[in-house]
Design a protein around this ligand. Structure first.
Ligand code: FDA
Length: 320
């Protein structure tokens, strides 16, 4: 109930207007967002890199309303690759397709995505396409295939959500196409006709899909994380859930998948203790580091994931 309300609020323009006007809201959001400028994010990533942790940089933004905004967002993303190179950080880039025009015009989005992938290629870097809510899944996977299979970009990966019934079929197809997949549980509110309503089922499906990805990686020669930390292995498990992580570790060990072929991914500001433990144990770990002014929907989804975060938000109000 509370989760549904928060996810609704994350997409409501009127709520965004009110909350972003409160200065204490940014104080609370900054637990999960590296800062408003790219230099803030680079500082955070240098700190993570010193601990042996890689990153994926996200310039926050989604659902741009005009073609000009989508082009501006693309122009900003294009500058990130140079910034990564100059600062010599171990990071790739994550993007949302509705930020670069998916909800406006598929052709415009394809044009913007091509520019981003070409620039990433110039810098020998990698782009992960985040998965948004279900109305965008088909067009996201279609555009991904256009880039990977038709245009031949090999520096691109997608995200699959274990709460969806369709995800097993999607993963089977993606494995056949040699695609790198980030597996997460899913951060949106989806109807029971297409998604598991119960957390136990989402978790069980997560283990099942992780197993499929691990087997797929083994069958395709166990691609490993690159030495500069920018190109991830084909299996990237994005979760802070220790049971899911332990399950994947033991299955991977059982089938002899090398540790460097199994990446764990977490969000900035969540379970840094676990990030360090996994790094010390020898697994590649990547932290998702968002920055920018458009932090409202990202932050509100983090509140929805864990009601305790709401008290953290409220306590910031009293600390003003
Ligand atoms: P679960 O919700 O069961 O939480 C397990 C434990 O993790 C909790 O008990 C708590 O300790 C901790 N935890 C989880 N969320 C927390 C929070 N917000 N604050 C504090 N502690 C928290 N989703 C999506 O739909 N599309 C996408 O592209 C992505 N991309 C993505 C990238 C990366 C790197 C990560 C880690 C996650 C995503 N997600 C995502 C979000 C994902 O779908 C999911 O909503 C969150 O990861 C929370 O689920 P967990 O797997 O952590 O499990």
């Amino acid at each position: 109930m509370l989760r549904s309300l928060l996810i609704y609020l994350s997409q409501a323009p009127w709520a965004r207007k009110i909350v972003t006007g409160w200065s204490f809201a940014w104080n609370a959001a900054s637990r999960f967002v590296a800062g408003e400028e790219i230099d803030d994010a680079i500082k955070v990533i240098k700190y993570l890199n010193d601990k042996g942790i890689n990153a994926t940089l996200d310039h926050l933004g989604e659902h741009t309303h005009t073609a000009a905004d989508a082009r501006n967002a693309t122009a900003t993303i294009l500058t990130i690759f140079e910034a990564i190179n100059q600062s010599e950080i171990r990071s790739n880039v994550s993007i949302k397709l509705t930020q670069i025009g998916l909800a406006l015009d598929t052709e415009l989005c394809a044009e913007n995505l091509t520019k981003i992938l070409e620039r990433a290629k110039e810098y020998n870097n990698f782009v992960r396409i985040d998965m948004e809510d279900s109305p965008w899944i088909h067009s996201t996977l279609t555009l991904y295939r256009k880039m990977h299979l038709e245009k031949g970009f090999d520096n691109i990966g997608v995200v699959i959500q274990s709460y969806l019934f369709r995800s097993e079929a999607d993963i089977q197809q993606l494995i056949g196409e040699c695609t790198g997949v980030r597996l997460c549980k899913g951060a949106y509110k989806e109807p029971p006709e297409i998604a598991y309503p119960k957390k136990g089922d989402v978790d069980a499906n997560y283990d099942h899909l992780a197993r499929l990805l691990i087997d797929g990686s083994n069958a395709s020669g166990c691609p490993q994380v690159s030495s500069d930390g920018r190109i991830p292995p084909t299996v990237a498990l994005a979760t802070h859930d220790e049971k899911r992580i332990d399950y994947a570790k033991s299955y991977a060990e059982k089938v002899h998948l090398p540790q460097a072929a199994l990446e764990f991914q977490m969000l900035f500001g969540i379970r840094s203790d676990l990030q360090e433990q996994l790094t010390e144990a020898g697994y590649p770990v990547r932290v998702y580091v968002p920055y920018g002014h458009e932090w409202y929907p990202f932050f509100t989804r983090r509140l929805a994931e864990r009601p305790a975060n709401l008290w953290f938000f409220i306590s910031n109000f009293f600390r003003r």
